[in-house]
Design a protein around this ligand. Sequence first.
Ligand code: FAD
Length: 513
Amino acid sequence: MNREQELSRLRSEEIWDLVVIGGGATGLGIAVDAASRGYKVALFEKNDFAKGTSGRSTKLIHGGVRYLAQGNIKLVKEALRERGILLKNAPHITGAQPFIVPVYSIFSFLFYGIGLSIYDILAGKLQIGKVSWLGKKKVLEHLPSIHPTGLKGGILYYDGQFDDARLAITLGLTAADHGACLLNYMDVKGFEYSDKKISGVKCQDVLSGNEFRILSKSVINATGIFADHLIAMDKADQPAMLTPSQGVHIVVDPIFFQGSHAMMIPKTDDGRILFAVPWNGKVVIGTTDTAVKEISDEPEAFDEEIDFIMRNFNQYSGRKLERKNILSVFAGLRPLVKSTNKGSTALMSRDHTILVSVSGLITIIGGKWTTYRKMAKDAVENAIFVGKLKKTRCITDDLRLRGWTEEENPTQYGADLAKIKEIEKENKIYAEKWHPDYPFTRAELIWMIREELAMQLEDVLARRTRLLLLDAGLTIRIAPRIVEWMAQEMNKDEKWKADQLTSFNEIAQRYIL
Ligand code: FAD
């Protein structure tokens, strides 16, 4: 993907079949679905792809053990099916992860053992590993850091794990391979109408300030927690549909949680689930579920949320975590569909909802990363109806995503790694590493700029790689070197470099306690 080429396509295309607003899991999934059916698709994201909720998840591809406990069998079954499809179509960014639920009573042994066996059965043929009941010794072998006092044993089960922002970029590349036009830093500011029906969007290039009027037969609002804003722009007299709920994660060194197995704490001191999951050489611990009134592009963790995570983790851990041990903290907002239920957001539905306004704006909200493909399929079916598009069949259940490979232990680029190796041959300095502790090279940075629409320093440090989430302090230290290399590749001046460093450092400070 090249921004200049995408912009010139935007200028030359007269009318699109579908415009998608929002470049998170939902919007990018829709772009893949629609483009692979042969429709002319344009997608606009006001920030970077996955800058919102989609880059801040727990990184699990799961049916949702918690939803099983809530009795939502349909959602769990659907999500487990989607889990199987995603693991098959994107093996380079996903994988099976073993989890252990430590148990401290015979009742818990039976309760979680039976529950997780049902979870396994619901996955049917798409099961990724067998549930087993482990004795105390085996649990301590797999989770050497946990507190042994009172431990009776544990239940071993499997779920999927992935890199959320990398999957978002991969979806973008896949959609582009099928002809979609994708632009990050393109803010949708309003709609075009013809006979009171939406006939396109007005948008602005955030990087140049240029404005565009884009015509389209159908428009999908996939803006997550911002969906109500877009509905308000459409001036439809529609009550707010969303209740945002914040979820926070902390990231720590594996010294605090050793081994390759993840831990699922089934009941925190306020009755929620907490995960500690090895990820990219560090451990991600979370999450919380806090109802919030304000929504923002950079939500911030509350002190109580950090304390909650540490307190509950420390109850299980032999090595106590302190605030100074936290390498990074990130917060995301769940776009939960409003219900009449006045209780906790933890109990609200994770199902998705599609609404078509009188003007023809299609809004899709809710759901989970795991179910993005099914959500996309449903949204595109609506667009076909609203935009009177020629009917076509969804092909994404068998569609391999960009970089698909059979190789064992592939990198995040999958089959594209060979193209990065070609860049490396252009100049011997391109083999230089970003930092001795991480594998990323200057050639990869060039690839991210040339092919993955990385436009800003934050794009490469937070989403093309996940360094900001893994060790925020380290990213501040390497930022001057990376911005220098970016400026050379992108032909940018001193002012651009200085501005990039200032805005990145401001953002990175929010990830450091
Ligand atoms: P977003 O990712 O927020 O994307 C919407 C995009 O629209 C944003 O990028 C925004 O910038 C853009 N936008 C807004 N307004 C405009 C405009 N005017 N013009 C252009 N663009 C605009 N799910 C799982 O399956 N597994 C998990 O482990 C998991 N963990 C989670 C943990 C937490 C803490 C949270 C909060 C959620 C988790 N989820 C998980 C749920 C999952 O992350 C979300 O359901 C999913 O990412 C939502 O994607 P989205 O595309 O709808 O929203």
